[in-house]
Design a protein around this ligand. Structure first.
Ligand code: HEM
Length: 266
């Protein structure tokens, strides 16, 4: 499925506005019902600290919104959505799922959990995760940035103060950089010796000085969850004749449509 940039940005902006309204309402409701003897959750705790704290310029109302966005959206929603895509692709590509499991069985076995230190010995698994990120496009665009000065890029003038958003999705489906980009093929990330090969056009975490600050954490989480799930379970669709769609829906992230699966202990 080819996606249209303007439409995606419009939908993402609408989702951001919805989340802002929801968060503003939730924070206000917490303030109105706050009881320092009954701390119900993170918002209450933040509120309590902001009253106790000697640094009021840090624990401001504006900052609670930013902390929630960083923790739950930038940190949680993105990685959760990527994991969602991972299982969906395993349902749709059972041969690749079996190949991943065979690599885990050979390198790690079944008597212990997969650890981060196994990563270098599991290249097919790593390639599969990279390919899922490329084709799943959890974040279709970078965040908006502002041009600080006039700049020229490939002959185009970008005037000072323009808002610039990088289209990461277009880099992941560009035929100049990827053979047959719409095909799911983890091997494209392996060289002739079966080792991982990096690709310049692979930018799921964006690029430049403001690229995703959580990249190492996200890559670690994806690896540990994905490998340990595949070590313990085989994933199949609930109905072989009605496979879940690979089309995403653009909200804050490009999210897989809801689907069911069967997780069978191995
Ligand atoms: C698979 C998971 C993730 C993906 C695909 C992802 C992707 C991205 C992308 C594309 C950006 C925009 C960079 C730009 O505008 O150029 C970004 C920014 C950011 N990400 Fe992530 N991210 C993920 C996980 C995380 C995690 C786990 C955290 C933190 C716990 C995190 C925190 C942030 C923050 C704070 C920013 C803003 C950085 C800034 O403005 O300088 N991300 N991420």
């Amino acid at each position: 499925m080819r996606l249209k940039a303007v439409e995606l940005i419009r939908r993402r902006s609408a989702a951001i506005e919805k989340v802002k309204r929801y968060l503003a309402g939730t924070i206000k409701e917490h303030e109105e019902t706050f009881d320092s003897n009954n701390i119900r959750d993170f918002i209450d705790l933040y509120h309590k600290v902001s009253m106790d704290e000697s640094e009021p310029e840090i624990f401001t109302e504006a900052n609670i919104y930013k902390v929630i966005v960083d923790l739950f959206l930038a940190g949680g929603e993105t990685t959760g959505t990527s994991l969602d895509w991972s299982l969906l692709y395993m349902l749709r590509y059972p041969d690749i799922q079996r190949k991943c499991q065979a690599e885990i069985d050979k390198v790690v076995g079944t008597n212990r959990r997969v650890k981060l230190s196994d990563k270098g010995s599991l290249p097919f698994l790593e390639a599969t995760l990279l390919e899922i990120q490329r084709i799943g496009n959890t974040l279709t665009f970078s965040l908006p940035h502002v041009a600080k000065t006039d700049a020229t890029l490939q002959g185009y003038l970008i005037p000072k103060d323009s808002i610039v958003i990088a289209n990461l999705y277009s880099a992941h489906i560009d035929e100049k950089y990827w053979d047959d980009p719409e095909t799911f093929r983890p091997e494209r990330f392996l060289d002739s010796d079966g080792k991982i090969q990096r690709k310049d056009a692979f930018v799921p975490f964006s690029t430049g000085p403001r690229f995703c600050i959580g990249e190492p954490l996200a890559r670690m989480e994806l690896f540990l969850f994905f490998t340990n799930l595949l070590q313990q379970f085989s994933f199949t669709p609930t109905d072989e004749n009605d496979l879940p769609s690979l089309d995403g829906i653009q909200a804050l992230t490009l999210t897989a449509l809801p689907y069911h699966l069967v997780a069978k202990p191995r």
